[in-house]
Ligand binder design. Structure first.
Ligand code: UP5
Ligand code: MG
Length: 255
């Protein structure tokens, strides 16, 4: 199994050539490390029998996060929590924070961390699934630290959809779903915020060996082909960790 993991690692490791931002070369995948970290920790802010398996899905506006999350859900049975969608639901429900959230999104800025993390926490708590795809979050170091403080967990995997700016702008402006932030002025602001605040988070996870960089140019299926092995490898690891626990339990009971 170790050898299999190592070979998968090299197959899906992030390559510098496909990165359009500033993530350094040291983006090697350490699947085993990221999985065992997740298995060892218990999320204090989410009371569950099973330890959550958390994937953060990052990338600039229009990089295809939501589109790929739908396919990951279909194939691997995750629960998809889009931070942007949760915030838009708050606006639609006329909650106390609705007006503030709407103004922040129109400006392409980041909603205060506490607000977003509480929405994510509520969804995680009320869901029976233990596998979560958290899409479009954390967007800043402050977001990341707030998540760790409130939820008490780190992600097992971080996916980064790496896409050139002109492609992201084209996709967002062609979307036509009536989003208040899908106009050229706000898109430019969103891109600036992404570069200034989200890239440091991506660098952080790269240094922690948790980052999987996906080249987000191509058809939806071509991009998903790169995503597949990340989760196939992690599923294998979940099974092997379970077997490991079972066999050490057996040994303990025999002695
Ligand atoms: N499309 C997708 N893949 C394609 C492909 N391979 N080829 C061609 N077209 C492709 O895709 C965008 C469009 O491109 C779609 O029309 C799709 O069909 C097409 P999508 O999958 O929706 O991309 P995604 O990366 O999800 O883009 P999105 O615009 O949702 O990303 P953002 O990160 O900008 O938006 P989000 O909803 O996460 O956040 C919006 C705002 O909320 C933020 O700007 C911020 O103000 C606020 N926010 C916070 O403050 N905090 C948070 O934690 C989250 C959000
Ligand atoms: Mg989205």
């Amino acid at each position: 199994m170790w050898r299999r993991v190592a070979s998968l690692s090299s197959l899906i490791s992030s390559s510098n050539s496909s990165f359009h931002g500033q993530v350094p070369a040291a983006c090697r995948l350490t699947i085993w490390e990221s999985l065992t970290t997740g298995i060892a920790q218990q999320a204090k802010g989410v009371s569950k029998e099973k330890t959550p398996f958390i994937t953060f899905v990052l990338g600039g506006p229009g990089s295809g996060k939501g589109t790929q999350c739908i396919k990951i859900v279909e194939t691997f049975g995750f629960t998809h929590l889009s931070a942007g969608d949760l915030l838009r639901q708050e606006i639609a429900s006329n909650s106390a924070d609705g007006a503030m959230i709407l103004n922040t999104i129109k400006e392409g800025r980041i909603v205060p961390s506490e607000v977003t993390v509480k929405l994510i926490q509520k969804e995680m708590e009320s869901n029976d699934n233990h596998k979560f795809l958290i899409d479009g979050f954390p967007r800043s170091e402050e977001n990341r630290i707030a998540f760790e403080r409130i939820i008490g967990a780190e992600p097992n995997i971080v996916l980064f959809f790496d896409c050139p700016e002109e492609e992201m702008v084209k996709r967002v402006l062609n979307r036509n779903q009536g989003r208040v932030d899908d106009n050229i002025d706000t898109v430019r602001k969103r891109l600036k915020v992404f570069e200034a605040l989200n890239l440091p988070v991506i660098n952080y996870y790269s240094q922690r060996g948790k980052l999987y960089t996906i080249n987000a140019v191509g058809t939806v299926d071509e991009i998903f082909e790169q995503v597949l092995p990340v989760f196939t490898a992690s599923e294998d690891q979940e099974v092997s960790a379970k077997e490991l626990r079972k066999s050490s339990w057996g040994k303990a009971n025999r002695s």
